[in-house]
Design a protein around this ligand. Structure first.
Ligand SMILES: N[C@@H](CCC(=O)N[C@@H](CS)C(=O)NCC(=O)O)C(=O)O
Length: 329
């Protein structure tokens, strides 16, 4: 086959598939199925085109772009068939909604991010029968797939959403990677950031207006230092490098709440600002970066209204006992 023809085919495939490493593999397999020609020669040529396309798309990036503009521009997708039973103030459910919005943002061109297209808000203080029939444990989040299967546990739900077919090639949020999987499977464990933060602000989901014991402060600061070192090692804005992964989404809902709660209940304590071996700059930049994302903005309740309910009830999980939602915290 003449090189010019192979060249044209490579360009055509690259205009259909985004030039990412994983997608390159998919492209090569697809091409291999339909065209029987010298794989090595074609692969080399293809890789050259992929590199050019990648560079070109990098060059077009503007501020705030997450590097997936190329994919978004070319994508045409409809909302996938799933429902997320959620409470819109629950930090675990927040993980799942963040993940769904991030995937939608990658695949649904310029459509505005709309959590209401998949969220079914459940009043946890008065759980509807229909919800309990589907999810007998009565916990949110719960993901209902198109075929009626239910996936529970926020971390499993994030991985399921990451692997879900959104109708077009969507970049992965790293859910299938071993290092990311190892992080998410242990991020709720004792002593890690989530549990150390909950203990710091009061313990047992309560909020207490005082600084905790030095050992509790040290536990949280150690967890933050570990995250800070991870971001620094990864050499990008996120826990695992330049691309957002489900690992970031797993801890962000807690970081957002801890920051707000600590300023109010722990005498203006600034999460990440006063580490014993200097400021946790990478962690603080990560927090600011996460907060700026469209998904995080679309899901954030009004801080002042949320704080008013925290002050009144002294509980982070007050919404388990009374009617509340993101719109009416
Ligand atoms: N390990 C679960 C925790 C979920 C969870 O505790 N959800 C709370 C809301 S934040 C809930 O559904 N509470 C209702 C109840 O306990 O009845 C996950 O990660 O999904």
């Amino acid at each position: 086959m003449p090189r010019a023809t192979v060249d044209r085919i490579a360009q055509k495939y690259l205009s259909i598939f985004p030039p990412k490493k994983n997608d390159l593999y998919v492209c090569l397999v697809t091409i291999g199925r339909f065209h029987d020609f010298g794989g090595v020669h074609f692969c080399a040529l293809f890789q050259t085109h992929a590199a050019h396309a990648r560079d070109a798309s990098r060059g077009r990036r503007g501020p705030g772009d997450d590097g997936r503009a190329h994919t978004r521009r070319m994508s045409r997708a409809s909302a996938p068939a799933f429902k997320l039973y959620t409470h819109t103030l629950c930090p675990y459910a927040h993980r799942a909604s963040l993940c769904a919005l991030e995937k939608m943002k990658m695949t649904m061109a310029d459509a505005p991010l709309s959590p209401s297209s998949f969220e079914v808000h459940v009043d946890l203080s008065d759980k509807p029968r229909e919800f309990l029939e589907k999810c007998p444990r009565g916990l949110v989040p719960a993901l209902e797939l198109g075929d009626g299967r239910i996936v529970t546990e926020s971390v499993r739900i994030m991985h399921a959403l990451d692997a879900m077919d959104f109708g077009v090639e969507a970049p992965s949020l790293g859910g299938a990677r071993e290092d990311v999987e190892a992080f998410t499977s242990s991020c709720d464990a004792y002593g890690k950031f989530v549990s150390a933060g909950l203990e710091f602000v009061g313990g047992g989901w309560g909020l207490v207006r005082r600084m905790p014991r030095p050992a509790t402060v040290e536990k949280l600061e150690r967890a933050v230092r570990n995250l800070d070192a991870m971001i620094s090692r990864a050499n990008g804005a996120y826990l695992f490098g330049a691309e957002l992964t489900v690992a970031d989404l797993a801890i962000y809902p807690f970081a957002e709440r801890f920051q707000l709660a600590m300023r109010e209940f722990q005498d203006g304590y600034e999460l990440g600002a006063s580490q014993s071996d200097g400021e946790a700059n990478h962690f603080m930049c990560w927090l600011a970066e996460m907060r700026r994302r469209d998904s995080a903005r679309a899901l954030r309740p009004d801080d002042e209204k949320l704080l008013a309910s925290w002050r009144r009830t002294g509980r982070l999980d007050y919404f388990d006992y009374e009617t509340a939602s993101r719109e009416h915290p």
